[in-house]
Design a binder for this molecule. Structure first.
Ligand SMILES: C[S@@+](CC[C@H](N)C(=O)[O-])C[C@H]1O[C@@H](n2cnc3c(N)ncnc32)[C@H](O)[C@@H]1O
Length: 202
């Protein structure tokens, strides 16, 4: 299976349908929900911003697997390892929006906020088999490459690694390089909007 073309994804993006908080496009919330509901282990969200995606993952977990959702984000603008490549408007006060969102969705019992960059948090998960890891942090080549390196070995044998915004050039380059590498033990099983879902090769 191949990634959707940038042109096709962009057509969806231009057609709108963006979820107000989570910035998800048409069909993407349902896709994430489906996998999160049956996750075989804890769920990790890399880049949680204002909590929209976190609440979606927690809802799916509550209605299915019952696993915790670890929402990882420093909320401090530009991560050191993306210096110069990722000028973002993100800031510490985004946590306030995150807590309000998660509390008003009554999702807090299933959610654990992790105030670290993903590469700082990964070692704490070394003995965990992550059921679903959703990579939606810095959308630049170096950060996505680092996330793949740190998090793909932690995925449960029956779990999934899901990427968002595969039409962004740096994200796409990192994924394609990984997919085409000899050491990639994963295969692409579904694409919806700008999402790409990978599982371990049988
Ligand atoms: C596109 S937003 C995430 C959107 C979120 N998943 C949602 O559903 O609303 C990107 C977030 O990634 C965070 N971020 C950037 N680099 C990161 C990293 N290395 N680790 C964790 N979070 C990161 C930013 O602070 C920002 O809040």
């Amino acid at each position: 299976m191949k990634l959707r073309s940038i042109e096709d994804i962009n057509k969806d993006v231009e057609a709108g349908g963006v979820h107000a908080v989570a910035a998800l496009f048409e069909g993407e919330p349902e896709c994430l929900y489906r996998y999160a509901k049956k996750s075989p282990g804890p769920i990790v969200e890399i880049g949680t911003y204002a909590g929209g995606g976190t609440c979606l993952l927690a809802k799916a977990s509550r209605e299915g697997c019952g696993e915790l959702v670890y929402a990882i984000d420093r909320h401090e603008g530009t991560a050191p390892h993306t210096e110069g490549q990722n000028a973002t408007p993100y800031k510490l006060t985004d946590w306030k929006r995150w807590f309000l969102e998660v509390l008003s969705a009554e999702a807090y019992d299933l959610v654990r906020p992790v105030g670290l960059w993903s590469y700082e948090a990964a070692p704490a998960f070394a003995s965990t088999q992550v059921g679903l890891c959703w990579i939606d942090g810095a959308h630049v080549y170096r950060a996505v490459t680092q996330d793949i390196k740190d998090w793909s070995p932690l995925i449960h044998p029956d779990g999934w690694l899901i990427f968002h915004d595969c039409h962004v050039p740096g994200v796409r380059r990192a994924i394609e390089q990984w997919m085409n590498s000899r050491e990639c033990g994963f295969e692409l099983i579904e694409t919806v909007g700008s999402l790409a879902v990978f599982r371990r090769k049988p």
